[in-house]
Design a protein around this ligand. Sequence first.
Ligand code: G4P
Ligand code: NA
Ligand code: NA
Length: 194
Amino acid sequence: MERLKQAIVERGIVLSEHVLKVDTFLNHQIDTGLMAAVGEEFARIFQQDGITKVLTIESSGIAPSFMAASKLEVPLVFARKRKSLTMDEHVYASRVYSFTKRTESEIAVSKDFLASGDRVLILDDFLANGQAAKGLIEIVEKAEAVVAGVGIVIEKSFQPGREQLINSGYRVESLARVASLENGRVTFVESEAP
Ligand code: G4P
Ligand code: NA
Ligand code: NA
């Protein structure tokens, strides 16, 4: 998605070879016009897939997911992060290890908001090691619902998340695929020739 790539290049900050800061439009301040366009693009990509729910994870997944769910005319559900691993019979939960933060947390979705028969589009802002996506997939599968696909705003293609999800048989659609953050520069995966 050209407009997104342009925002990444012009307004993103390469913090290190592994971390891209996008606080100006996605992770702190939200560029509402850009996020609306991002959501519309997800809706366009998945419009034929019979999606019944969009599932993301708080907090940064919510903004780009909102317009996608709105355009697809389905509810948006976001998994909550829980600090204490309290027992709760009424949620689907999974553990997510963050390599970036070196912490394990639990994410959970109420059983009221996912059911067998749902075709779920999983969306998130970043795909790095794929731990968040895997946690969301586990929750969908605990609900005996179907993962129709995984949509990502910014994929760091040099980290293993995408390949692991594809190898596990999931469809992954990323709007921007970052090939490298070396030398303080963002380069993208070459898109297929038209
Ligand atoms: P993974 O889910 O793909 O394994 O990623 P990881 O654990 O490494 O990521 C932990 C958090 O850091 C996630 O946000 C993720 O979106 C974010 N993240 C990963 N790589 C980058 C990056 O290069 N730039 C930015 N800006 N964020 C990155 P989170 O903890 O779920 O927080 P929230 O922002 O959703 O509240
Ligand atoms: Na996120
Ligand atoms: Na994040």
